[in-house]
Design a protein. Structure first.
Lengths: 103, 103
DNA sequence: TCAGTAGTTCGATCGTCATCGTACTACGAT
DNA sequence: ATCGTAGTACGATGACGATCGAACTACTGA
């Protein structure tokens, strides 16, 4: 096994500016929507995005460091999932508000 | 009198990416918090901000064009207020979630 | 052990945007 | 009229960040 969780901020270290800035980018918003549709977590590479793998990694890192998502390893794969509980506790309604946008 | 409302997007023209990007900037978030504390509207210049007047005007324009706030003239002054109803209708919970951040 | 796959890291590039100072407009008061 | 005040518009600058390719790491399976 030896799954490992990648470094991320504790709940009380999450700053709303960082969260909003992370969410205010179209590619990252696409990622967040995909994660919201799959509460069990999604393998990074499975999300269809109009960018290369390195850019994808960059966005995932940004979202993780902002506290929006959590990533753990699973073999060579990395599974990401939304930090729903933490975000809901810190900013109740924010996530559902964003996700209810009819885009 | 002759108060005039500055150009702004209709409710159905507001895009969530633009809103989040607008909110993901510390100075603009400060403005939004100040407006939230004064539902009757605030004169732009009354908000204490660590930037010059031209930068302030730039941020207010960004927020207005994103659909976050509405501005109308009042003599030489311009009164801004949050578009609470529109934002709540489009993204229910988003605004309250953001404002509940203990910053 | 070796090849293949998933993903990251690094450095470079390029575009966007936050910031400022200056010049301008608009309105009110004297 | 003209002066002062509130605010905008414009052009320049500098910083940040989105993007890419290439090199690298880590794990799996043959």
């Amino acid at each position: 096994m030896a799954t490992k969780v990648l470094p991320q901020p504790e709940r009380d270290e999450i700053r709303v500016e960082a969260v909003l800035q992370a969410l205010g980018e179209p590619v990252r918003l696409t990622i967040v929507r995909a994660l919201a549709d799959n509460p069990a977590g999604v393998c990074c590479g499975e999300i269809e995005l109009p960018v290369t793998a390195s850019t994808r990694a960059h966005h995932l890192k940004t979202l993780r460091e902002a506290g929006v998502l959590s990533t753990h390893t699973d073999g060579t794969r990395r599974i990401s999932m939304l930090r729903r509980e933490d975000l809901e506790a810190l900013y109740p309604g924010l996530l559902t508000g964003i996700l209810s946008a009819k885009q």
